[in-house]
Unconditional design. Sequence first.
Length: 242
Amino acid sequence: MSRRPRISVVLTCEHAGHQIPASVKKYFVGAEEVLQSHRGWDPGALPLARQFASQLGVPLAFSTVSRLVVELNRSAGHPRLFSEFTRELPADQRTRLFEQYWTPHRTAVEQDIAKKIASGSSVVHLSVHTFTQYFGTEVRTTDIGLLYDPRRTGERHLCSAWRDELQAACPAWKIRRNHPYKGSSDGFTTSLRKRFDAEQYLGIELEVCQKFFLTGGPGWKKILTVVPETFQRTLQDFSPRS
């Protein structure tokens, strides 16, 4: 009988805050409302990611610089790498923002994953996000989304098992896979899949509706408790080769 591969968890949160560096603050004058909205950050993502870190006993890599400065969850060269506030800046300024914020986060995480794989582990990378309930005229009814690449068997099985754990713990929650976004769309996990094979690296994006954080109360407390606990339980019996 083959031995189950050792699994290491890498935990990230790319949209943890809406801070604007002093060097570009003048370009964001009057943008306070946008910065506080879902366009500026993922409300609730950082406290949820920190709860995962505590539950799993792993470090958390995160950035509190607003995604409107430079988008850490987009590939280099992506049309939305820079927002309307920064994309028209001179090339040297954009390069500095890229090298100060995008590169250090992405490089550190990628090197950590490579190191864990080299030591014999399979890596489950969980990237923690939240999404707005109201998007234009659309009212999203999803409570929790689990994003993955359906072509990767391990990611598909992991998200199916986690969904079952979540649904058993909280039957009233509407949990969907690859919703409200597709896990195969451009993102940090997508780029890492190009470097690491499917048994070495599993990239999962967690998306939780921001209504839980914004309204607070028992619903948010349940998210903070149940979502990390069910993830940990799911990993206990999971094999990337299953």
